[in-house]
Design a binder for this molecule. Structure first.
Ligand code: FAD
Ligand code: NAD
Length: 466
């Protein structure tokens, strides 16, 4: 029987990164993946394909709406070739997943294709093209998540779809109805809106992206409405029915009235749930909690001492970079090191345009914790860089401790905020004050100047350019 120091079940960003780190630390490692390609949700049906489509649709929108203003004339009408767009996306996915195969080989990690099932705490049965049993001193569960279902909605994967199908549609919907105004709904909604679909979002809470700072929800809502999104907050969906190619969604509004929406596709994006099917966790003594997640302690150790769990399958934000941090953390823990993760400083990003990004505490969280804070905000439209690229929407907001000036939260919406947020993460990791940032040189003209200006506004209410 093949014996390993560590077996990793699941090859998403949590699993493959933990496998690499274990190998770097001198362990003999196996990774088990049930699908034919490595990379999990993120690389196959998540982060990478969605960003590829966001980029393609952004180019299309620029060509249709903005080229003329820039003085670029096209010989004829600009058209979408959806087949080609999807092929490019798939090419990006294929290159990326093959890259993981390369990394596994480079690090001498044995890969097994098949469903990994615990026989006991140290033995795993793998059922794939061939059936094989392996032995592992330690196992890392990184089995990820699946789209959450609404009990009264039958997802038929043709017209009533999840993100997985939305990433490979063969036609542009005429009217896409999206249940859930969270990250997936808004990112994929924007893809199809740019390509010409009418898009209606139905959100249960009183604002879109409800877990982020309220000011971001408000600004994004404003911008999406300008882009002709139809957004219905405080609406509880009660039924979704299909009649051939027509979809009827019924929801209850704040007043208790029934509102109907008719479209040709319905995307259900109401969150994701931990995935443990087929794992036979109980045979290994691994406890699953009432939310279906693998229960872990502060060391990400499960109720079985030699088994750890990371990523979407445990509590916390369902983000690729969170899964990666946990993968490294567990590998180093197994190697006897004392690693650390600062969960407060895991940034969250929505890749709409303008991009939305956030790290640390929201104003709502500071208020409810009774922490005295000051806030400095700077609008993107006041930047020279924004005017040059015509990306005028959005702002940067810095929240700092009222007494010490330590930065407690940074919330931004605007062009390239997905990248800008890294400055805030670094600053907060070093426990910088708003004044520290305000005294650092930021290249001109860049979008980063909004961070410096927001820091000036937070420290001494003395932004320079408003
Ligand atoms: P996963 O990536 O889900 O991987 C788990 C793997 O385990 C899967 O490949 C699965 O097949 C395998 N598996 C499960 N059970 C078994 C078993 N018993 N045996 C063998 N293999 C098994 N996050 C971001 O940070 N940024 C983004 O831009 C972003 N965009 C997203 C867009 C979409 C449309 C979606 C759906 C998600 C997005 N996410 C994004 C979330 C991100 O994909 C997840 O947080 C991340 O993939 C979680 O990684 P993971 O390693 O925990 O699990
Ligand atoms: P989400 O939690 O971001 O949003 C789901 C939304 O659906 C919420 O706003 C919620 O209030 C709403 N909702 C729930 N039940 C509803 C109902 N019955 N009717 C109407 N609205 C309802 O989840 P998601 O957008 O499905 O994404 C799943 C996960 O994938 C997220 O945790 C996210 O972190 C991750 N993801 C991340 C990125 C990124 O980092 N850019 C992109 C896509 C997905």
């Amino acid at each position: 029987m093949n014996s390993y120091d560590v077996a990793v079940i699941g090859s998403g960003p949590g699993g493959y990164v933990s496998a690499i780190r274990c190998a770097q630390l001198g362990m003999r490692v196996a990774i088990i993946e049930k699908y034919a390609t490595m990379g999990g949700t993120c690389l196959n049906v998540g982060c990478i394909p969605s960003k590829a489509l966001l980029d393609s649709s952004h180019h299309f929108e620029d060509a249709v709406k903005h080229f003329d203003t820039h003085g670029i004339e096209l010989p004829g009408e600009v058209k979408v070739n959806l087949d080609k767009m999807m092929q490019r996306k798939q090419g990006v996915v294929d290159q990326t997943t093959v890259g993981i195969d390369f990394l596994m080989k480079k690090n001498k990690i044995d890969t097994y294709q098949g469903v990994g099932t615990f026989k006991d705490a140290t033995h795993i049965q793998i059922d794939g093209e061939i059936a094989i049993e392996i032995e592992a001193k330690h196992t890392i569960i990184a089995t990820g998540s699946k789209p959450t279902k609404l009990p009264f909605v039958k997802v038929d994967k043709e017209r009533i779809i999840t993100s997985t199908e939305a990433l490979k549609l063969t036609e542009i919907p005429k009217h896409l109805i999206i249940i859930g105004g969270g990250v997936i709904g808004l990112e994929l909604g924007q893809v199809y809106k740019r390509l010409g679909a009418e898009v209606t979002v139905i959100e249960y809470m009183d604002r879109i992206i409800p877990t982020m700072d309220k000011s971001l929800s408000k600004e994004l809502n404003k911008v999406l409405k300008k882009q002709k999104f139809k957004i219905n907050t405080s609406h509880k969906v009660t039924s979704v029915t299909r009649d051939v190619d027509a979809i009827l969604v019924k929801a209850e509004n704040k007043k208790g009235e029934v509102v109907s929406f008719e479209g040709d596709y319905c995307l259900v994006s109401v969150g994701r749930s931990a995935y443990t099917a087929g794992l036979n966790a109980e045979a290994a003594g691994v406890q699953i909690n009432e939310r279906g997640q693998v229960e872990v302690n502060a060391h990400l150790q499960t109720t079985a001492k030699n088994i750890y769990a990371i990523g979407d399958v445990i509590k916390g934000a369902m983000l690729a970079h969170k899964a990666e941090e946990e993968g490294v953390f567990v590998a180093e823990t197994i190697a006897g090191q004392k690693p650390h993760i600062n969960y407060n400083l895991i940034p969250g990003v929505v890749y709409t345009w303008p991009e939305v990004a956030s790290v640390g505490k929201t104003e709502e969280a500071l208020e409810s914790a009774g922490i005295a804070y000051k806030s400095g905000q700077f609008p993107m439209r006041a930047l020279g860089r924004s005017r040059a690229s015509m990306d005028l929407d959005g702002f940067v907001k810095i929240l700092a401790d009222a007494k010490t000036d330590e930065i407690l939260g940074v919330h931004m919406i605007g062009a390239r905020c997905a990248d800008l947020i890294a400055e805030a993460v670094v600053a907060m990791e070093f426990r910088a004050s708003a004044e520290d940032i305000s005294r650092m040189s930021h290249a001109h003209p860049t979008f980063t100047e909004a961070i410096k200006e927001a820091a000036l506004a937070a420290t001494q209410d003395r932004a320079l350019h408003i």
